[in-house]
Write a protein that binds this ligand. Structure first.
Ligand SMILES: NC(=O)c1ccc[n+]([C@@H]2O[C@H](COP(=O)([O-])OP(=O)(O)OC[C@H]3O[C@@H](n4cnc5c(N)ncnc54)[C@H](O)[C@@H]3O)[C@@H](O)[C@H]2O)c1
Length: 461
């Protein structure tokens, strides 16, 4: 069941009589409608009234309104102002550019800017590789989106996608010291996106594609990888695949099954599912059955989409047909990156013993994790309010740190697998159990471990 969280946190300023019972009356009113108080501050006091800031977590915007109304309904209480703390965090944006050099006097200016900078420009003109040595390129990543598949919100466009891309840039900096910058393109035309990225690529050491809808994302990534001499990484595909493969390695250790014996159902063959299937195949599982909205993907289904054709040709050894429930029978592992509430405990009971269930559809998973736990040995979700959160933050900062440090010109499956193993290895044997198959996103060991693994796989030292 969802619990009130900081994503819907509000501060309500109220003026109330200075009675002995005022604190109890206010906190009880919030509690009665299910709000969770996180701070209670008296900010002003008069002989006949007190002004109090009540900060609390709610479930949703509607729930926040219910809490406010509950306070407004108390006798002699006036609600002066309601601040949404999430909106406050976003005022003016979340990132900025800082100068790394001092500009105190004319000498500083002459070196950092004209005339001195001209010699640096000439050096790069003579030797373009010097851009990595003498400019921001060596540490800078473009976070490129067209706003077509933003979180679970769908096609909301490039401007509305910007808060997500800013957040991503902030995470890059916080977890791996990478300078990332949002590039939200006001086009959803494949050719225009490719051309736009091509035109700006000289500034960057890597391109992180983000929230671009399938199947367009596959072609954009493939063609940019062919054209550019810097790594191009679609996080919704490969970030997810890395964390899933790492988490699955540990989950299989918990239930003591080798990957080569594992029969795996992957539900969802879009951006995330396709990348998971491709990376998992490198680990040679016994079989993968892919399922999408039309049922099990098999060779006689007549799919015209190139991605689905590839999946059909490389999975489902027995060419099984049917729906998700059929695919689950006898499976060791379920990985869902599809849609909410597709099955229940009864279907998990039909899976092999010690089943592993990764239900990653956001915000509502393919199966309620509490239902899954009735028969599964290990359960993971994409949510932060359950154990085993499969979160791309475990992967992308370290991946790009490693790529930039190696001055990589491309990205390979070997690098992605190295990142997956690095994440898995952060959970040592002492800590590994059914509720702890991946490290916390705040584990400071993760990004450096991933970076080192990727740097080595990229041939860096
Ligand atoms: N770390 C994570 O937890 C994580 C990472 C990536 C994606 N996701 C989640 O996975 C889901 C899919 O993401 P995506 O970017 O790949 O989306 P997508 O739109 O590219 O693909 C969705 C896929 O799900 C399939 N699908 C839809 N309804 C279905 C149904 N009823 N039964 C079976 N299959 C169905 C579609 O056919 C398609 O193959 C989203 O909910 C997303 O939030 C979670």
């Amino acid at each position: 069941m969802p619990v009130p969280g900081p994503g819907y946190s509000i501060t309500i300023r109220v003026e109330a009589p200075p009675s002995a019972s005022v604190a109890g009356d206010l906190t009880s009113a919030v509690g009665r409608v299910g709000g969770v108080i996180t701070a209670f501050d008296v900010v002003d006091s008069h002989s006949d009234s007190v002004v109090i800031d009540i900060t609390c977590n709610a479930l949703s915007a509607d729930h926040a309104r219910d809490i406010t109304e509950a306070l407004r309904g108390l006798p002699d209480v006036e609600v002066r102002k309601v601040s949404d703390r999430t909106f406050l965090v976003h005022l003016g944006g979340k990132i900025e550019v800082n100068a790394k050099i001092a500009l105190r006097n004319r000498d500083d200016l002459s070196r950092a800017y004209t005339p001195g900078v001209a010699r640096i420009c000439q050096a790069i003109a003579e030797n373009p590789d010097d851009a990595r040595r003498l400019t921001i390129k060596r540490n800078t990543v473009a976070v490129v989106t067209d706003g077509s598949a933003v979180l679970g919100l769908g096609n909301i466009g490039p401007a509305a996608a910007l808060p997500v891309m800013e957040g991503k840039a902030a995470l890059f900096k916080k977890f791996a010291g990478v300078d990332a910058w949002p590039v939200c393109l006001d086009t959803q035309d494949t050719e225009e996106i490719i051309r736009a990225v091509e035109l700006i690529a000289c500034v960057y050491g890597g391109i992180n594609l983000e929230d671009i809808a399938a199947p367009r994302c596959f072609e954009i990534e493939r063609r940019l990888r062919e054209k550019l001499d810097i790594p191009v990484f679609h996080d919704d595909q490969h970030g997810t695949a890395i964390v899933v493969v790492g988490a699955l390695r540990n989950a299989l250790r918990v239930v003591n099954k080798p990957m080569t014996d594992a029969k795996i159902v992957v539900c969802g063959v879009g951006a995330a599912g396709s990348a998971i299937i491709r990376l998992l195949l490198q680990r040679s599982p016994a079989d993968i059955i892919a399922v999408d909205v039309d049922g099990i993907v098999h060779r006689d289904r007549g799919d015209t989409d190139a991605n689905l054709q590839w999946v059909a040709a490389n999975t489902n050894r027995e060419n099984r047909t049917g729906r998700l429930h059929d695919a689950l029978v006898g499976a060791d592992v379920f990985i869902g990156v599809s849609a909410p509430n597709l099955f229940g405990a009864d279907q998990v009971a039909t899976m092999a013993s010690d089943a592993i269930v990764f239900a990653l559809a956001n915000p509502d998973p393919e199966i309620d994790p509490l239902e899954a736990q009735k028969h599964a040995a290990v359960v993971a979700t994409g949510r932060s309010d359950y154990p085993n959160q499969i979160n791309n933050v475990l992967a992308f900062p370290g991946v790009f740190r490693g790529l930039l440090d190696a001055q990589a010109r491309g990205i390979t499956d070997a690098m992605l697998l190295a990142a997956a193993d690095a994440i898995a290895d952060v959970v040592d044997g002492e800590r590994l159990n059914a509720s702890f198959i991946v490290p916390s996103v705040f584990d400071a060991a993760v990004a450096p471990a991933v970076a080192e693994a990727v740097r080595k796989a990229a041939g860096g030292h």
